[in-house]
Design a protein around this ligand. Structure first.
Ligand code: NAD
Length: 540
């Protein structure tokens, strides 16, 4: 394992204490004026602030003003007023602004990525995925807006005489509660289809990564969305979550399964809808006919992207007996060749975990596994020499059901290898447990892999790729089965969740009751004859 020293070419970083003279971003790591221009976007009047630190060196990054329940109330009041006007704008106008956002995030990519790295400690190449995902999402929804939102004709009961249309009515104000792991895109991506469908948003991003989320809000303003349409509040989820749910018309939540359950109950109480994008313990299957080099390369991305703090990353790897030894040799070699570093530069393969809590979980999972007999094939150590929360990409073998990391999500750079003899067994083991988010299959026989995919109980399955093929194909729905979630982001599912389908039927000439002096009995006979005729004519 080699580590890249923090000697950035184009920016400050993170060795030793901050020295304002040598750090152009001043003592907070970011210029105070820049931080203020972002926090200005908050509804937060308590006068309290919470300091956030950068995981790159544990130093202070910014002081974030905190919101109260009254601030949540005010945010909803502003959002409601803005939504009433926004719902009257044309779909074309909304799509035009969304396309401007697409251009803006590409133009301002460096600024966005720097901020994400500062806040989350991730490697630059993993931060790059975030503005990219927003650009893809903005373009997709802008280009397909009419397909999803135009009023559509449906089949009427009486051909030619019952005209049925379905309108897509915005829900109103959507509450979005998002996590820290992809702080820019997770705060923003679910809101774009909500806005396009005519809604307003009140967002509560995770407390650890408010700045990236606030930069997203500012870019929405700059793209041309009315400012009040997107409100941001800051504070602990357990305090602000309930006031948000009490006022929202729909909740979009991304985070842990435990919190998802709490949110689902509160939404049920109010009879409002919610989508829940939750945790996973995702399996990757390497079949006997897999291209081993490709699978080993994909396995590194699958398990160690964003230091494994990725809902769709792989923590369980099932490898066919016939290729196990060859695959493991290549996977371990590739993992040991990774570079880790606490810099904002390109070139690091993995960055830091976000916090002491995350590091504690990873350490606990690996120590528990090793104590119970698991073998460490690569990694297995914290790296305080690189930064306070660094942990090496780690491959375990011999993990058994009594070990914590067997079925519990680690949400870190730790993957367990299992050998399988027949595919039915591999499929059964992949389906083990209560999660069902993402799976990956490596095989050179696409048709066979697709047939296996149908047997896997996961919301997305990527063949010869880790997670990017489904995640970046915005037309495909993304989300979890079983305890990994409810509802889907992306695709038509990802925008229709923010609308109420309203059916409007216009009836002509005949009515649904006896006509022309007909008795009820005659009417029933005429209707029966009609129903039979419709079947003979092949009508739906
Ligand atoms: P978390 O559930 O603790 O926090 C997520 C968000 O919920 C934060 O904004 C937090 O403030 C808020 N929150 C916490 N308690 C709340 C409450 N009682 N009411 C309302 N809001 C509350 O999740 P985490 O541990 O920070 O994030 C990691 C988890 O998120 C992992 O399990 C990961 O798999 C999952 N995740 C899933 C997806 C997906 O798309 N399926 C994406 C990213 C992360």
């Amino acid at each position: 394992m080699s580590s890249q020293n923090p000697t950035p070419a184009g920016g400050p970083l993170v060795e030793g204490p901050h020295d304002p003279e040598h750090d152009p971003r001043a003592s907070y790591g970011l210029e105070p004026e820049y931080v203020a221009s972002l926090t200005d976007r908050l509804v937060a009047t308590t006068g309290r602030t919470v300091q956030v630190q950068t995981p790159l060196n544990g130093g202070p990054l910014a002081n974030i003003p905190q919101s109260s329940e009254d601030d949540v109330k005010e945010a909803f009041a502003r959002a409601r007023r803005a939504q009433a006007a926004w719902a009257r704008t044309s779909i074309d106008e909304r799509a035009r602004i969304l396309m401007r956002l697409h251009d803006l995030v590409l133009e301002r990519q460096d600024e966005i990525i720097d901020l994400i790295c500062w806040e989350s400690g991730k490697a630059r190449k993993h931060a790059f995925d975030e503005p990219l995902h927003i650009a893809l999402t903005a373009r997709y929804y802008a280009r397909t807006a009419h397909r999803h939102l135009d009023t559509q004709r449906r089949i009427g009961v009486v051909p030619g005489l019952t005209r049925v249309e379905v309108n897509r009515v915005p829900k109103g104000v959507v509450g979005i509660i998002s996590p820290w792991n992809y702080p820019f895109t997770m705060a923003l991506c679910d809101g774009l289809p909500a806005l396009l469908a005519g809604n307003a948003v009140v967002a509560k991003p995770d407390a650890q990564t408010m700045l990236s989320a606030l930069l997203g809000a500012r870019l929405l303003d700059e793209a041309g969305f009315p400012r009040d349409l997107w409100q941001v509040v800051a504070g602990p989820g357990r305090e602000l979550g309930t006031p948000i749910i009490q006022r929202a018309d729909y909740i979009c939540f991304t985070g842990s399964t435990a919190t998802g359950r709490i949110i689902a109950k509160q939404c049920a109480e109010r009879l409002i809808g919610c989508s829940l994008e939750l945790g996973g313990k995702n399996p990757i299957l390497v079949l006997r006919d897999a291209d081993i080099e490709k699978a080993a390369e994909g396995a590194v991305r699958a398990s160690f992207s964003n230091a494994g703090q990725l809902c769709v990353s792989m923590e369980r790897m099932f490898v066919a007996d016939q290729v196990y030894d060859r695959f493991v040799e290549r996977f371990v070699a590739r993992t040991q060749a990774m570079t880790l570093g606490a810099t904002l530069d390109w070139g690091n393969d993995m960055g830091s975990l976000i916090s002491q809590d995350q590091l504690d979980t990873v350490v606990a999972h690996v120590e528990d596994a090793v104590a119970k007999g698991a073998r460490v094939l690569a990694g297995g150590r914290a790296r305080p020499d690189l930064g306070p929360y660094f942990y090496e990409p780690t491959i375990l073998e011999g993990v058994t059901p009594d070990m914590t990391c067997f079925g519990n999500e680690t949400f870190g750079p730790v993957v367990s290898l299992y050998r399988f003899h027949d595919e039915a067994d591999a499929i059964a083991r992949a389906n083990d447990g209560e999660y069902g988010l993402n799976a990956s299959i490596y095989s050179q026989d696409g048709a066979r892999a697709r047939a296996i995919a149908r047997l896997i109980k996961c919301g997305t399955v990527n063949i010869n790729e880790a997670f990017g093929a489904t995640f970046a194909s915005i037309d495909s729905p993304m989300g979890g089965m079983r305890e990994s979630g409810m509802g889907r982001r992306q695709g038509s599912e990802g925008i229709h969740r923010y609308t109420e389908p309203q059916a409007v039927a216009t009836q002509r000439l005949i009515r649904f009751g006896p006509m022309l002096g007909m008795s009820d009995e005659t009417y029933a006979k005429v209707m029966n004859a009609n129903v039979r005729l419709m079947k003979r004519l092949g009508r739906a």
